[in-house]
Every structure is written in structure tokens, then in C-alpha cells.
Ligand binder design. Structure first.
Ligand code: B4P
Length: 197
């Protein structure tokens, strides 16, 4: 049983590593970004609402985002735990998640934070813009997303550090090396340290 969050600046490798973690611990990786992108590409009412916000690199409103996550966590595949990728991104989302967890009588096991400097993550996103043509990888949107992350999301890391949940992992280097670091760090964090005395 594992309930995890993965955080880090846009381009840190959250989506990339979330897939590996999901396979390894056999828990679903739930990416709010993927959910929004799927709605945009299918032209659903939600997709129409969030398309412009995402293209500019802004954050989708807390109420919509919270509702989507709340519903998703009720699905059958979450019985063995889950990994939330890209959520929470604001203080209001943290507070909402706290309420959902309390209501379910469960708790987070760890908050994984991928650490990578701005130059590296921006370079990755410019590369992805060429390879995948994602609308929010335009130079202006990349800049806006980094600024938004610094202002609204990076302060949340301290909240999870204060709760002794934070597991920071260096996100630089080849994907497989980062994955190996993550498994080691999560397994160490999960070890019952209090039993050692
Ligand atoms: P996300 O989908 O979360 O987009 P992201 O932050 O860029 O992360 P992503 O997972 O795609 O990229 P990754 O770092 O894996 O969000 C998109 C948008 O959705 C947001 O801007 C917002 O508008 C909206 N949204 C989502 N959640 C929200 C919320 N909670 N509240 C409000 N709005 C929300 O990878 C980046 C690139 O790096 C990839 O090309 C990858 O191949 C490459 N890469 C990964 N690891 C690498 C490595 N080790 N070395 C080299 N390259 C690597």
C-alpha cells in the first residue's frame, strides 16, 4: 500500500517517473495534467473550459481540479494506493487533499520531490516542444509555468517537509538513474525506522 505525491518544477520528469513508480509499486499514476489534456483533445465541456488556461501556462481553477481528483480517487483501482502527479499545486489544493484523506481515514506515505535547476528543465521543455508539439510548451507558456511554479507550488514543499513526508531526489541525469534513486529513496523512507532502536 502506497499513497504518494510527486512534485517538482514543470519539466523535472514527473510524468516520466510517475509511469515507472506506477509499474514498480503497482499503483495507478493519476496525472491532473493528463486528465486535462485528454479532455482538451476530446473537446469535452471541461476541455473547452481549460484549453486556453493551459495553453498560456496558467493553473486550472482549484474547484474544478479538486473535484476531478476527488472523483478519481474513488475509482476501484485505488484500493492498493495511488500516486498523484502534478497535484496538489496550490495551498487550497493541499487543504482539499487533507480533507479528502481525513474523510477516507487514510494518510500520505511520502511526497517525492524531483529536484532540477531551471536551465535544465527549460531546456527539456524546449526539446519536448520540438518533439511533441504540446501547446503549453511554447516559449511564453514555459516561462509562465516556471514563474507560477515558483510562486504558488514550490512553497508547498516546506509544508510537506514539516510533516516529515518529503523525499527529495536529484532529477538530473539519465531517466533510469533517476528512477533507481527514487526507488531507493522511497524504500528507505518507508522502512520502519522506529523499530531499529
Ligand atoms: P503537467 O502535465 O503536470 O505538466 P508538467 O509540469 O510539464 O510535467 P510533465 O509531467 O508533463 O513533464 P515532465 O516533467 O515529466 O501540467 C500541465 C498543465 O496542466 C499545467 O501547466 C496546468 O495548466 C494544468 N494542471 C495540471 N495539474 C494542475 C493542478 N493541480 N492545478 C491546476 N492546474 C493544473 O517531463 C518534461 C520533459 O522532460 C519530457 O519531455 C521528458 O521526456 C523529459 N525528461 C524527463 N526526465 C528526463 C531526464 N532524466 N533527462 C532528460 N529529459 C527528461
Amino acid at each position: 500500500m502506497m499513497r504518494l505525491l510527486i512534485m517538482g518544477p514543470p519539466g523535472a520528469g514527473k510524468g516520466t517517473q510517475a509511469k515507472k513508480i506506477s509499474e514498480h509499486y503497482e499503483i495507478p499514476a493519476i496525472s491532473t495534467g493528463d486528465i486535462f489534456r485528454a479532455n482538451v483533445s476530446q473537446g469535452t465541456p471541461l476541455g473547452l473550459k481549460v484549453k486556453a488556461i493551459m495553453a498560456e501556462g496558467g493553473y486550472v481553477g482549484d474547484d474544478i481540479t479538486n473535484e476531478i481528483v476527488t472523483d478519481r480517487l474513488l475509482e476501484d483501482d485505488t484500493d492498493n494506493g495511488w500516486l498523484l502527479d502534478g497535484y496538489p499545486r496550490t495551498l487550497q489544493q493541499v487543504e482539499h487533499l487533507d480533507t479528502v484523506l481525513t474523510d477516507h481515514g487514510v494518510h500520505l506515505d511520502a511526497v517525492l520531490c524531483l529536484v532540477a535547476d531551471v536551465d535544465e528543465v527549460v531546456a527539456r521543455l524546449h526539446k519536448r516542444a520540438v518533439e511533441e508539439g504540446r501547446e503549453d510548451d511554447s516559449p511564453d507558456a514555459i516561462r509562465a509555468r516556471q514563474e507560477k511554479y515558483l510562486l504558488e507550488t514550490s512553497p508547498l514543499i516546506e509544508t510537506f517537509r514539516d510533516r516529515d513526508l518529503l523525499v527529495e531526489v536529484d532529477g538530473l541525469g539519465p531517466v533510469e538513474e533517476v528512477t533507481a534513486r527514487i526507488f531507493k529513496a522511497l524504500d528507505t523512507h518507508a522502512a520502519p525506522q522506529h523499530d531499529l532502536s
